[in-house]
Design a binder for this molecule. Structure first.
Ligand code: SF4
Ligand code: FES
Length: 247
């Protein structure tokens, strides 16, 4: 395939960015989207130009690093996959593909397609954990009975990879699907009960402090989420928040 790429180039956080056109040729339909980007970057390096900066790590849909907005959709046109799992057979020969960073005030651009998602880390640090007694008398987690339904729901929520597609897809740049998933994975388990009230209060407060917007029930986040995290997690977070606020 021969393609035209329109890519957001921005030297650093303070520079003014712009869309720049590139041509790539002989792209195999079996390549992943990131392999196609590698081809472009080899081409740029060979001609003495600055390669396009983009985040990636596992290339297996696990780490959540490969954040890109492709043809107006977070992680591109396929449902339930990350950019690294997107294949070039999804595109047509001669097509023009637009590639931009995830855009949100709380995700400032560092360079080209790389955005700073430390705001998510700070939300996690505010309460996205459980404290475990490591004094030597720690109870084996498997000895605590958990219903199959709760375990399945908690596991579904725990599949969130913190990629930020939900924020990028939302017209309000809301992080509620991400925070809902992180709150839900503990709210459903006995281990998460002890710190439940502090967790939801602190995580939501940090989310607001970081400048994310509110949810207005559009549902774009759920559709664009590569792990198909359900809007139910937002409802559960709101219930947890209400309970904690009344305590
Ligand atoms: S909820 Fe989905 S889109 Fe949002 S950070 Fe988690 S995996 Fe990514
Ligand atoms: S590079 Fe890890 S999820 Fe895509």
């Amino acid at each position: 395939m021969n393609l035209t790429l329109k890519i957001w180039r921005q030297k650093n956080a303070n520079a003014k960015g712009q869309m720049v056109d590139y041509k790539v040729t002989d792209i195999s339909e079996h390549m992943s989207f990131l392999e196609m980007m590698d081809v472009l970057n080899e081409q740029l390096v060979n001609s003495g130009d600055d390669p396009v900066a983009f985040d990636h790590d596992c290339r297996e849909g696990i780490c959540g690093m490969c954040a890109m907005y492709i043809n107006g959709q977070a992680h591109g046109p396929d449902r339930g996959v990350t950019t690294c799992q997107l294949h070039m057979r999804r595109f047509k020969d001669g097509e023009t593909i637009t590639i931009e960073p995830f855009r949100a005030v709380a995700f400032p651009v560092i360079k080209d397609l790389v955005v700073d998602r430390m705001s998510f880390e700070r939300i996690q640090q505010a309460g996205g954990y459980i404290s475990v007694n490591t004094s030597g008398n720690t109870q084996d987690a498997n000895s605590i009975p958990i219903s199959k339904h709760a375990a399945d729901k908690a596991m579904d929520a725990a599949t969130c990879i913190g990629c930020g597609a939900c924020v990028a897809a939302c017209k309000n740049s809301s992080a509620m699907l991400f925070v809902g998933a992180k709150v839900s994975q503990y709210a459903l388990l006995p281990q998460g009960q002890i710190e439940a009230a502090d967790r939801v209060l602190n995580m939501v407060a940090q989310m607001d402090l970081e400048g994310f917007g509110n949810c207005s029930n559009t549902g774009a986040c759920e559709i664009e989420c590569p792990k198909s995290i359900s809007l139910d997690t937002i409802a559960r977070m709101n219930r947890e928040l209400m309970k904690a606020s009344l305590k």
